[in-house]
Structure formats: structure tokens, C-alpha cells
Design a protein around this ligand. Structure first.
Ligand SMILES: Cc1cc2nc3c(=O)[nH]c(=O)nc-3n(C[C@H](O)[C@H](O)[C@H](O)COP(=O)(O)O)c2cc1C
Length: 192
């Protein structure tokens, strides 16, 4: 159990990466973890597109936006620190058009499976779905739900407790590592 809590603590959002390939066996684990996620009525409306290789990841990067809480100079990964792998989560609308929870659970499993191998990730809701849909050749029945970026982090990230009323914006410390304020349980949990 302690191991799981440590995994959850370390599985933060990472936005700067080493330029080192993620082994196929790890990609396989990430995808096995996605398939193991719960799914409403077990319909499993999601499919996945794996993007690897310099030219393809560069093409996808052009249509992503990073770190809304930071200035582009601070938050946008620069050449030499960009992700080396993306996995696009595709909604198949003909199977189940309401699959946000399915997607969230699958993404959670994927990012945890990756972090279990030291591979960090960033969920990218802010991406140009029209352009990426064209690039991926999606059909009329398919929509890009989210894009998830992966790579070995070249930066650290840690959680700090947020005081009530304090900003929840993440920020960079003096080492350019991420600091992520999380609400305190005493502020958000009550017993009925
Ligand atoms: C649904 C969703 C969409 C997100 N979209 C983006 C995004 O487009 N760009 C980005 O840099 N981070 C994105 N993130 C990452 C969040 O900014 C990050 O989860 C938050 O700052 C908390 O950090 P943590 O993941 O380390 O707890 C997204 C996260 C979620 C859950």
C-alpha cells in the first residue's frame, strides 16, 4: 500500500523531458493498463494512437499548449526537452459518446503504469483537436478526447499543501522544478 501511495505522489505532471526513447515494453505496459480500466457498461469506447519518432512527435507538438499557469518562456517545453512519445485517446462515438469518465480512468491507469517505470507524463487537454484529427486520419465517428505526452522527466515536481484562499496555480522554484499546491483534506472532506 505504501508503494501505491508513493507512486501516486510521484506521478505528477512533467513538462520537460530527457531525449531518451521509451522502450516498447513500457509502451506495452501503458496500453495494457489502459485496457484494464473500468468502462461504463463495459462498452470500451476508447481506442489509442501511439506517436513516436522525431518527425511525428514534432508534428504533434505544434498543436499542443502547455502550462496555462506559467508564461510560455517558463512552461512551454523547448527544443531538446520535449516529449518523445504521445498517446492519443480516441472516443468512438458510435460505441458510447459519453465517455469522459472512461477516458479519465484509462488516462490515470496509463500515466501510473508509465510512472511505475520512471516515465513521466502530461495530459494535454489544450490541443488543436481539428488539426490533430486530420493528422491522425480520424473518421466521422471518432473524436480526439485527449493527448497524453510521455518521456523521462528532466525536472522534478512536488506537492505542497495549499492554504484556504491561496492560489492553486503551480509554479517553478529556484531550480525550475515544479511545485503543485493541493487543497488540504481538512478543507475538502466532511463526514455526513
Ligand atoms: C483534464 C486535464 C487536462 C490537462 N490539460 C493540460 C494541458 O493542456 N497542458 C498542460 O500543460 N497541462 C495540462 N494538464 C495538467 C494539469 O495542469 C496538472 O494536472 C495540474 O497542474 C496539477 O498537477 P499534477 O498533475 O502534478 O497534480 C491537464 C490535466 C488534466 C487532468
Amino acid at each position: 500500500m505504501d508503494e501505491l501511495m508513493e507512486l501516486l505522489k510521484g506521478r505528477r505532471t512533467y513538462r520537460r523531458f530527457e531525449q531518451r526513447k521509451v522502450d516498447q515494453s513500457i509502451v506495452d505496459d501503458i496500453m495494457k493498463a489502459a485496457v484494464m480500466a473500468s468502462s461504463a457498461a463495459n462498452k470500451q469506447p476508447l481506442s489509442y494512437i501511439i506517436v513516436e519518432g522525431d518527425n511525428k512527435v514534432r508534428q504533434v507538438f505544434e498543436h499542443t499548449r502547455w502550462a496555462a499557469a506559467l508564461s510560455p518562456a517558463e512552461g512551454q517545453p523547448k527544443e531538446g526537452e520535449r516529449p518523445v512519445l504521445y498517446i492519443a485517446v480516441i472516443q468512438n462515438m458510435n460505441i458510447n459518446p459519453n465517455c469522459d469518465t472512461d477516458a479519465g480512468l484509462a488516462i490515470s491507469n496509463m500515466t501510473l503504469a508509465a510512472w511505475n517505470h520512471g516515465v513521466g507524463s502530461c495530459i494535454l487537454g489544450a490541443c488543436n483537436r481539428i488539426k490533430l484529427g486530420e493528422i491522425f486520419g480520424l473518421t466521422d465517428d471518432q473524436k480526439l478526447h485527449s493527448l497524453v505526452a510521455f518521456g523521462y522527466p528532466s525536472v522534478k515536481s512536488r506537492i505542497v499543501g495549499a492554504q484556504q484562499g491561496e492560489s492553486l496555480d503551480y509554479y517553478l522554484d529556484e531550480n525550475r522544478d515544479y511545485v503543485v499546491p493541493k487543497r488540504k483534506l481538512s478543507d475538502i472532506v466532511t463526514y455526513f
